[in-house]
Design a protein around this ligand. Sequence first.
Ligand SMILES: Nc1nc2c(c(=O)[nH]1)N[C@H]1C(S)=C(S)[C@@H](COP(=O)(O)OP(=O)(O)OC[C@H]3O[C@@H](n4cnc5c(=O)[nH]c(N)nc54)[C@H](O)[C@@H]3O)O[C@H]1N2
Ligand SMILES: Nc1nc2c(c(=O)[nH]1)N[C@H]1C(S)=C(S)[C@@H](COP(=O)(O)OP(=O)(O)OC[C@H]3O[C@@H](n4cnc5c(=O)[nH]c(N)nc54)[C@H](O)[C@@H]3O)O[C@H]1N2
Ligand SMILES: [Mo]
Length: 786
Amino acid sequence: MDETSSKTSSDMLGTQDKSSSPGGGWLALKAVEQHMLRQQVPFRGNRLMLKMNKPGGFDCPSCAWPDPAKPHMAEFCENGAKAVAWETTHKRTTPAFFEQHTVTALREWSDHELENQGRLTHPMRYDASSDRYQAVSWDEAMADIGATLQQVGNPNQVEFYTSGRASNESAFMFQLLGRLYGTNNFPDCSNMCHETTTVALPMSLGVGKATTTLDDFDYADAIFIFGQNTGTNSPRMMGELHKLVMRGGSVITFNPLREKALVKFANPQSTLDMLKPDGTRISAQYHQLRIGGDIAAIQGMCKALIEMDDEAQQRGEPRVLDHEFIEAHTHGFETYMAHCRSLTWEVIEHHSGMTQSAIREAAECYSKSERVIACWGMGITQHRYGGDAIHQIINLLLMGGNIGKRGAGACPVRGHSNVQGDRTVGIFHKPTTEMLDNLDSTFEIQCPREHGHDVALCCEAIMRNEVSAFIGLGGNFFRAIPDPERVAQATINQLDLTVQISTKLNRSHLVHGKKAYILPCLGKTERDIKAGVAQASTVEDGMCMVHASTGELEPASPHLRSEVTIISDIARATLPVHPKVDWAWLAEDHSRIRDRIEAVFPDIFPRYNERIQIPGGFHIYNAARERVWLTDSGKANFLFDADKMDSGMTPPDADYFQLLTTRGHDQFNTTVYSLDDRYRDIYGTRMVAMMNPEDIEAHGLEAGNMIAFSAVAEDNIPRRVAGFKVVPYDIPRGCIAGYYPETNALIPIANRDERSNTIAGKSVPVTIALMDSEEVERTTGLLATG
Ligand SMILES: Nc1nc2c(c(=O)[nH]1)N[C@H]1C(S)=C(S)[C@@H](COP(=O)(O)OP(=O)(O)OC[C@H]3O[C@@H](n4cnc5c(=O)[nH]c(N)nc54)[C@H](O)[C@@H]3O)O[C@H]1N2
Ligand SMILES: Nc1nc2c(c(=O)[nH]1)N[C@H]1C(S)=C(S)[C@@H](COP(=O)(O)OP(=O)(O)OC[C@H]3O[C@@H](n4cnc5c(=O)[nH]c(N)nc54)[C@H](O)[C@@H]3O)O[C@H]1N2
Ligand SMILES: [Mo]
């Protein structure tokens, strides 16, 4: 059996039909066991799993969903367990492995095969004469990296990339390194993720983070979910949805795809659920709108609510909108109301892809719910007008006074486990003057003031040949970005130096500069002993709780170093000695770094070291939650742009398709655990085009045909990716779904959210064509490995 596919594996409940089975349930437990076995990690009685997401234990390396104050016996989910199994694998990628394979040969490997070699064990240096990575000592690596960085004429030619697993301590050290080096170039995975939220939400509410805490989920009457695949990407949130449904609340979902766990779910923590073959119905209403249809759908709901409110007034009944709140706390309602009234249902239906009655049904549920939480994910943020869609979500919440009220609020569901914390401690290409002033006075330094590069600007600078070196703190930059082929080619041709601080081999290591280093680091699950003392690191979850995480496993190799130590070593090798920045002293004890973080951000982290001792950690103050509005108007703002009815880049009547690129159930971003997607009933390949059956027929195609995608782009650069199997799927016409990162080469770097530059991974206009048999034959080798 192909170890990457579980299609033929025996079913735990022999009689259970997978395609109609709920999300979660026995198959989830089975999947955990299988993944742990594949990584040769014991499952039964695994003590490590019991320490996950608990005070004193380690933070799950998967998503940013918060930990409950009173955790379950085992507070983990299927996909958290996969992430831990992947990190704690017994497989190793040793120097002997690199000796056997040239970098050119490794480029033919799939993402799954690369990472599946296991944990990196030694620092490696690229050797051009043999086209191989070779083991190198840490001292030699650091001396060369330092000398090369010193030779770069202009510090703005160096890019410091952060992926969201970095702890607060390592992220803070990394931004200090970059700024002392002389640049604000901090491309960050959030620039491909929730940057849209970080920029648009403050325009509405004055804050860029969730106004909810986990506790609010216990009091909500309804949860509206826009473009977020909960069952796969934040499975622990399924527990909250399940509880809500059990006590009579409603989940209302807006998603072009019917995501299985949002339809029905069997909670592995509930004995009762596990005995029911169908699990529990989750979404009371499931609205399959067009990709990019959210703006119109929400404005339609607002229109319906305004009409209901008018009627209530006429009948002398209690009002539907919270006029008291609107009056006291908001700005711009009258204009927004006039806009909604002026929209015709014809326009709303055309752009949203929903019927008037479906929209009214959703509005009805909203009006009956005293407390509403709205959640959103990449289906909202990764669009050309993603920020505009967020403004509409907030408008909807404001109409019912659903901000700063128990059981209600705005909940962007953040991705990487510490992506939010990394920004809080200074990973930002547009730093505020206040932060820079505090850094300057804390360390007696002079930080650069000029804004730097985000991911999109970094990619463009690379393609313009303006970058000399790239330092990656985790992640898989060259695989996660849009236009990966063009950026990789420019990198290989021109960069003097690439450095990747990583746990596993990935494609970014194969996109190397003239000099290239892979520096292997500890993972979250591993012991980090410094000067004889076990170090804790801290993270901030998606609801602003900061807490400590302490790994406890023996490191995967004795040669690994912590991210903090590696950053400090690079700094010492690169920067002149500074009287107030003692890198080695800081790196030796994480509480010293936390003291410095507190000094730079006194309002956010008062008594930082003391408060992380509180079990569960502490909450960072969120003004909007207290109904304090840090906006220009001093109020919460109703915002809209009458010209923007679609958040995506494909108008409803286009003669091409709108492609969305998304995650499967067995992956963490560019890390592909297996080729299966149990929640979409797709097994053994990720090279698929999920299409509406009528579109398949209209294009003269059949299920199973092999097609190629070509991007429709303003720059007319040809972008074509071939070898996708047509799969009939329950998705609106004109929309296609495919997997990320296999489809990234179709996304032009210019497809991005207008305000924040967030890559628009859900706004990908494409045409399709049947492949000829010769090309299918040529590519089948590649297809087998995905
Ligand atoms: N197991 C696992 N967990 C993860 C990750 C992982 O890869 N694996 N990644 C982590 C990271 S970094 C992130 S950012 C999050 C990502 O988690 P999500 O935000 O769930 O991201 P996607 O998987 O891209 O799914 C996007 C969803 O939006 C829907 N969608 C697409 N276009 C539209 C649209 O126009 N409107 C609406 N309403 N819906 C749309 C898609 O059908 C899909 O269900 O998960 C985090 N957690
Ligand atoms: N088309 C399309 N593109 C997308 C998206 C999409 O939905 N569609 N989503 C975007 C989103 S939301 C995100 S967040 C980005 C993700 O972009 P990245 O964050 O850059 O990518 P990951 O796949 O999470 O990175 C995986 C690698 O991180 C390394 N790693 C794992 N754990 C650790 C650790 O503890 N320390 C260190 N130093 N390294 C570690 C391993 O070597 C692994 O290979 O991709 C974006 N790209
Ligand atoms: Mo993300």
